[in-house]
Design a protein around this ligand. Structure first.
Ligand code: CU
Length: 395
């Protein structure tokens, strides 16, 4: 156990002179050690660190005295995908999915997310790679501010054992022009950091991830937002080929496996990379400005400084967002969304954005991927899977 300490006036005093300072140092060191022991003991219980312990490490980021909003989030086990264990986050246990619900914040806002772990201990045990690793799920977020108590790691004891709950506090800090800090507006993601091992690799691979967008006041609001998580095994949202697009042509229900919009609607994608592979995000028929939001503003001279793109590289842990107008000048249609690493798309790393006309109708013709949809085996971040066969066709 070490007592961390940093002073502006050099190392701790050597034995000898200045007995008063020496005593002070000893006292402070004792307090820090005692505090660390207490925090460890409370944290080792695995439950929310509360009361006196919360005073040791800050519970909330500076600027976030009281959360502006609170939500409940549930981690549950979903039906298995073949033999693959699937987990999901949901605003209710019944609506859990992978990706989990898209979170939205505005700069300046402080959000309290209470995570309830309803994943059976036996399932977490099955995913565990080291028998000494604790059983639990967590919530670790990118981009916004949080203190160590909301870090969502086993190292900081900020996880949730089976059957328990814990509140995580996220702060969408504003840009500070004086300090030169950039703010937190952007496209981010959240995920488990505990299931299976100290980096949550099994939790992410099983489905515990979701998108987060932090807006700046005045940002254009999209009509529809989709989160596409590009991962290992050539997967989009852990699915491949026909399994990645299950839109019912008669009654399409927008969701993780059905990307649909009407012509003229502003569509937003939150794009996230998980796993170990590089990918690219490409949409047919549509392009966007390579800015924070995909939208370009300002004069023509200013706009000329921003490239227009329709393909963007994505590494593990990266996230970005784009916005464009569905069917802009190209009309309704079945527009492919895919990774442009050719062997990835060949293996099934593609889905479709179905753009209907202004009345919500799809003009007939032009969509048949029965022959292309070959790889539909469940994808997992950690294991090789046999490529199954599957197809769907709708016109
Ligand atoms: Cu790829």
């Amino acid at each position: 156990m070490s007592a961390w300490r940093l002073t502006d006036d050099g190392p701790p005093p050597e034995p000898g002179p200045a007995p008063q300072a020496r005593t002070g140092f000893r006292t402070r060191r004792f307090l820090v050690v005692a505090a660390t022991v207490l925090l460890t003991l409370v944290g080792a219980g695995g439950f929310a660190v509360a009361g006196g312990a919360a005073a040791l490490l800050p519970e909330r980021p500076e600027g976030c005295d009281t959360p502006d909003r609170s939500i409940q989030l549930y981690a549950v086990e979903l039906p298995r995908d073949g033999t693959q264990i699937r987990l999901g986050y949901g605003l209710t246990p019944e609506t859990a999915s992978y990706p989990g619900p898209t979170m939205e914040m505005t700069e300046g806002e402080c959000l309290a997310v209470t995570l309830h772990n309803q994943v059976p201990a036996a399932t977490l045990e099955q995913l565990r790679t080291d028998p000494t690793h604790p059983l639990g799920v967590s919530l670790h977020v990118h981009g916004v501010k949080y203190t160590q108590l909301s870090d969502g790691t086993s190292q900081s004891f900020s996880y949730v054992p089976p059957g328990q709950s814990r509140t995580y506090t996220w702060y969408a800090k504003k840009r500070d022009r004086t300090a030169g800090t950039p703010g937190t507006a952007g496209y981010w993601w959240y995920h488990d950091h505990v299931v299976g091992g100290p980096h949550g690799t099994k939790g992410i691979g099983a489905g515990l991830f979701g998108g987060l967008v932090v807006r700046r006041p005045g940002d254009l609001r999209p009509d529809r937002t989709y989160t596409t998580v590009f991962g290992d095994q050539q997967s989009i949202n852990l699915r491949r080929g026909a399994a990645a697009d299950t839109c019912d042509p008669v009654n399409p229900q927008p969701g993780p496996t059905c990307i649909v919009a009407k012509k003229g609607e502003r569509v937003e994608f939150i794009v996230v990379g998980i796993g170990n592979d590089m990918h690219t995000f490409h949409v047919h028929g549509h392009s966007w400005a390579d800015t924070r939001t995909g939208v370009v503003t300002g004069t023509n001279a200013e706009a000329d400084q921003v490239p227009t793109i329709d393909n963007k590289t994505l590494g593990p842990g990266d996230s970005f967002g784009v916005q464009f107008i569905a069917g802009d000048s190209v009309g309704p249609g079945h527009w492919m969304v895919h990774c442009h690493m050719q062997f990835h798309s060949d293996a099934g790393m593609y889905t479709t954005m179905h753009v209907l006309d202004e009345n919500g109708q799809m003009p007939p013709g032009g969509h048949d991927h029965a022959t292309a949809a070959k790889a539909v085996a469940p994808a997992d971040a950690g294991q090789e899977q046999p490529a199954g066969a599957g197809a769907h066709q709708h016109k």
